[in-house]
Write a protein that binds this ligand. Structure first.
Ligand SMILES: [Zn+2]
Length: 263
């Protein structure tokens, strides 16, 4: 069981400049379950760099219709379906990604979706099961109104907040998790619309206590501050907290980190 960060960057400027990579996250649960979440620009290349074969991916999730989350979805579907020669795998995307909503999306062509074995639209409170992994969609507050967070239950409970704004009751959504991956675009209390800042994460972790919290999806202002900010979160909340780096991997059984980890 492993969680691999193909990219720890997010937001427009980090993505355009590739100050940090934007390949999303890969969850490997068993030998035969490989889920690629939010494959932004470079996801295909990042997968190979991290010795992950996109041909072995059996599910692709895209939480919303912004390019730092969906950009490589189509080429990864092509890999998952063995070059579009087989009907294979799962694709799950927000309504904006799959169907398009007013002014946003769709992000994936009907041609690509035609080769996917199972298609799910991610909507808050919806649940489905893929090869024994229970997937629950969580409400998220973002500029794409159909965005969702994800809760994945297998031997562990993993939460991925996706991009969301802070709300007073938001910690409720993240309770009982072993691991929470927070998309946190800005340091300290520097809130911007539709995103969490580090102080928001601290507020959440005062209410819920995962075994480990991982800060991820950094905007420009977080690039040089992320390790220091992760330490501050840990100090103020008592929750073990690390900053994602490009290529970082978390052993989900032992909750041990492999790869670059700096403070
Ligand atoms: Zn977004």
């Amino acid at each position: 069981m492993e969680l691999i960060f193909l990219g720890s960057g997010g937001g427009r400027w980090v993505t355009i400049t590739q100050r940090l990579k934007t390949g999303g996250i890969v969850l490997k649960v068993k030998k035969d379950i490989q889920i690629h979440i939010d494959p932004g620009p470079g996801a295909l290349v990042c997968a190979y760099e991290n010795k992950i074969s996109p041909l072995s991916t059996n599910a692709i999730f895209v939480t919303h219709c912004h390019p730092d989350h969906y950009n490589d979805a189509e080429i990864l579907i092509e890999a998952m379906t063995k070059g579009m020669t087989k009907v294979r795998g799962v694709f799950a995307g927000s309504k904006s990604v799959v169907e398009g909503i007013e002014g946003i999306g769709p992000a994936v062509s009907s041609y690509h979706l035609s080769k996917v074995e199972k298609l799910f639209i991610l909507e808050p409170e919806k649940k489905f099961i893929i090869n024994g992994v229970e997937v629950s969609c969580l409400k998220a507050y973002h500029t794409d109104p159909t965005n969702v967070g994800l809760r994945l239950d297998f031997d562990r409970t993993l939460i991925y907040t996706s991009d969301t704004e802070y709300r007073d009751n938001i910690a409720e959504l993240y309770k009982d998790a072993d691991i929470i991956v927070f998309n946190v675009i800005r340091p300290r209390g520097e809130r911007i619309r539709g995103h969490l800042c580090v102080n928001d994460v601290i507020n959440i972790l005062k209410e819920v206590k995962p075994k480990i919290a991982i800060l991820n999806h950094f905007g420009m202002k977080m690039v040089d501050e992320r390790f220091k900010e992760a330490k501050r979160v840990e100090k103020e909340t008592g929750v073990r907290t690390i900053s994602a780096t490009d290529g970082l991997s978390l052993d989900l059984k032992e909750l041990k980190i492999r790869g670059q980890l700096r403070f």
